[in-house]
Design a binder for this molecule. Structure first.
Ligand SMILES: NC(=O)c1ccc[n+]([C@@H]2O[C@H](COP(=O)([O-])OP(=O)(O)OC[C@H]3O[C@@H](n4cnc5c(N)ncnc54)[C@H](O)[C@@H]3O)[C@@H](O)[C@H]2O)c1
Length: 393
């Protein structure tokens, strides 16, 4: 029988906002989810006007407080099945806490919060309320990220010695915040971005990619958070040497002043048996480098086991993941859709009062979000002490 489409409410997204766009496409990707409501702007009048002019009919609310109050009392099927939070960083914690308290599952943008104290409170409340909670670390949604995770975690590369996880951009290489870009304005403002611009915005993606693919955690950091563009108080360049939970080492680095780099997120993982390379700007393939062998390039959709490197039997759920045939490229929107699709599975179980996973295997959860904030916290302390080794809190 056809499924009832899940009802999604947007928190933020009006007035020329950015990340709401790929999200709302991803929500509608499978036909099993739809946007039905939104509190789209901090100004109540603009919020309603934006909802009125939305590309398809949605119910507008003057604020997220109003939306949460109105929706929480409705019966299942009529109320929101989940809320998507796509506001600037300082407006994540309050709506997330209120949704969770009202029993509404949340998919929240990263970084989870602006302080570690907020992140801790959110983790505690999510645990108490037992509500599905996802954090939108987009790049985990690439099939190749899942495949890389399988390769590394199953030991095919041997013990992991070294990881270079990076996210390089060039869009803040000059004072973009003075050019009328609302996205740049709040990112360089400590009140709205938190204690870090570059690290919080994109360093957290690089950290999450490392943790997701390798299964390793960062134990200690030696960080340099630097400001290259005059007049800024927050970092626009972020370099962190890390000690990993298995004793290996990693570089987690991000830059917003690397002219020419667009969304150059990538990872290189060197183990005792081989090396894996992946870049999100070319997300269809991963490269495996083995000693004294030609490089192996594995393309999504064309992977087969038993080839002398991969075992014959590959994990069924990985191979059954809905994708399109190889050569029809999957990219950013597909990654977003995969996150929403996996989150939907947990929300449907929650609605049916069944146990749900939300264990970080298919999308980042609230604990992962908290780890991102703890990482930034440790990096700030380390950077203030000229890179002194600092444990993760
Ligand atoms: N996952 C990713 O790949 C990715 C990419 C870009 C941005 N992000 C994250 O998404 C979030 C939004 O970033 P963006 O670039 O889309 O920002 P943006 O400035 O383009 O949009 C922010 C939106 O929030 C709205 N807003 C602000 N305060 C509000 C309030 N009190 N109530 C309702 N709406 C409010 C604004 O009106 C706007 O619609 C940030 O946390 C950012 O870090 C994630």
């Amino acid at each position: 029988m056809a499924k009832r489409p899940l009802n999604v409410g947007l928190i933020g997204g009006g007035g020329g906002a950015f990340i709401v766009n790929p999200h709302q496409k991803a929500i509608h990707f499978d036909g099993t989810r739809r946007v039905v409501a939104g509190a789209l702007h901090p100004d109540p009048k603009i919020a309603l006007a934006e909802a009125e002019n939305w590309a398809y009919p949605i119910k507008g609310y003057t604020s997220y407080d109003d939306m949460i109050k109105a929706q929480a009392g409705l019966p299942e099927g009529e109320r929101l099945d989940y809320a998507l939070i796509v506001t600037p960083n300082h407006v994540h914690f309050d709506p997330a806490m209120k949704c969770v308290a009202a029993g509404i599952p949340v998919l929240c943008e990263k970084p989870l919060t602006v302080t570690l104290e907020e992140a801790d409170r959110l983790v505690k409340t999510v645990k108490e309320k037992k509500v599905p909670f996802g954090v939108a670390h987009t790049y985990l949604g690439h099939w190749t990220s899942r495949f890389s995770r399988y390769i590394v975690r199953s030991g095919l590369l041997g013990d992991i010695r070294w990881v270079d996880s990076y996210y390089l951009q060039g869009w803040l290489a000059s004072r973009t915040e003075d050019s009328g870009s609302m996205q740049a304005e709040w990112r360089v403002d400590p009140k709205r971005a938190g204690g870090s611009c570059c690290g919080g915005d994109i360093g957290t993606h690089a950290l999450m990619q490392l943790r997701y693919v390798t299964g390793l955690d960062v134990k200690r950091v030696s960080a340099h958070m630097e400001v290259f563009v005059a007049g800024r108080t927050l970092d626009d360049h972020f370099t962190v040497y890390c000690e990993l939970s298995n004793g290996g080492k990693a570089l987690v680095r991000a830059s917003q002043i690397s002219i020419g780099h667009k969304n150059d997120l990538g990872i290189e993982i060197a183990g005792t048996k081989g090396t894996l390379q992946w870049r999100q700007e070319e997300p269809e393939a991963i490269t495996i480098l083995l000693p004294n062998q030609p490089d192996r390039v594995y393309w999504r959709g064309a992977v087969q086991g038993g080839d002398g490197f991969l075992p014959k039997d590959l994990p069924k759920d990985l191979m059954a993941e809905p994708t399109i045939p190889p050569g029809h490229p999957e990219a950013f929107h597909d990654a977003f859709a995969r996150l929403h699709r996996c989150f939907e599975e947990d929300v449907r179980k929650y609605n049916a009062k069944q146990p749900f996973d939300c264990d970080g295997a298919k999308y980042a959860n609230v604990q992962d979000g908290r780890t991102g904030i703890a990482f930034i916290d440790a990096c700030l302390k380390s950077s203030h002490s000229e890179g002194a080794w600092t444990p993760m809190p």
